[in-house]
Write a protein that binds this ligand. Sequence first.
Ligand code: ADP
Length: 435
Amino acid sequence: MNPQLLFWIPVTLRLSFILIAAGVLWYFFGPVVGLSAGLLCLIALIVIQLNYLYLLNAWLDHPDSEKLPDGWGAWTDIFSRLYRFRRDDERNSAELTEWLARFRQAMSLLPDGVVIMDDVLFLEWCNPAAEQHLGLSNLRDKGMRVTNLIRNPDFIDYIILGRYEQPLTLSLRDRKLIVQIIPFENRRQILVTHDVTEAERIEMMRRDFIANASHELRTPLTVINGFLEIAQSQPDLDQAVRMSHLKLMIEQGQRMQNLVEDMLTLTRLESIDYPLRPEHVSIHHLLDQIRQEAEALSGGRHAISLTIDGPDIEGSTDELRSAFSNLVSNAVRYTPEGGRIDIKWKNTETGPQFSVKDSGIGIRPEHIVRLTERFYRVDKSRSRETQGTGPGLAIVKHVLLRHGAVLAIESQPEMGSTFIVKFPQDSNNKTSFVN
Ligand code: ADP
């Protein structure tokens, strides 16, 4: 039925009833009684309406669906409709709160930063990634102008020029960020930040790798070409001189071969398509071979010791040989004549350990973290002098990774270095290896 009718019918009925009752009283007891009774009924009706108005007013101050009073007459319908509106409102606002919480959680998991600003760049909200990237704080900086918070000249220029269709590359707080402003909803703007520090680092390493590898190959090639040109232009060169040139060419050729082999090994190790096939590794046999090679490389210039006090393990003998002999040959190459080199294999509480301790030139702390990058050198000329090809420690890192082992380096300049390889406790169990 029409709600207007629903409202007016009871009202009309009630007023008609009062009028009829007053008329009947008038008829039987005279006009004074009839009019007084009608007036009293009207006053009672007004008081009741005022009371409901008062209750409605009080409820509107603190609207809570549970505290809505029961009505009388037309008020019953008014209150029950208000109750329904209130319940719908409560449900909508609960849904909205839940949706907002979900949205905030999703935003807080985003690796990219999101800042919501108004049209004059006052901060309204930002996610944790934006706090980290831009040094903002959602609580502290809310309502502040973003250009007062990010005082980077490139960023300010970007805002002034307003060419928001292009992203901006920004160096901020030791990070490389791609920043872009996207206007939305007429009076709002979103600032999005994407951290490319790691991608830039990898790109730089890739560029360095190509430059270093080319450089390493070019040096021996230049030497070989030089000697070949001499041989061509001076066919009657003294036999002894020719022999020494040939010897140097063979050495340089060997150097190139070692480098290419190292690079191939590294590529193979980095490839996920190349799984590790663990086998029994006889540590005694392996380390004895490595010690003999070290003796040969040293040519009696160092005192080399080998102590074995630990179990054999499961792994790839060839890969471990390559890693261990890299560490041992580095120790020989970076230890001046007369120094000591101690090779040890022992069992510890956390698992077997291989270590090479030398009394050589040592390494400054700032270089230690970068040593396992391909071709990273502390001193380029010294490395070349000592026949280093460059990818040695990068190979070690990859071999160890595939064996679930880690490399620890303890070193001090002029005091020598110790390279420790820590294998996991269950290194005689094949399942611990990384493929
Ligand atoms: P390289 O072929 O140049 O020796 P590596 O990857 O084997 O390359 O080693 C990287 C760098 O680490 C070397 O250039 C050298 O500066 C430093 N290094 C490695 N081992 C030692 C060591 N035992 N003592 C001092 N420096 C070392």
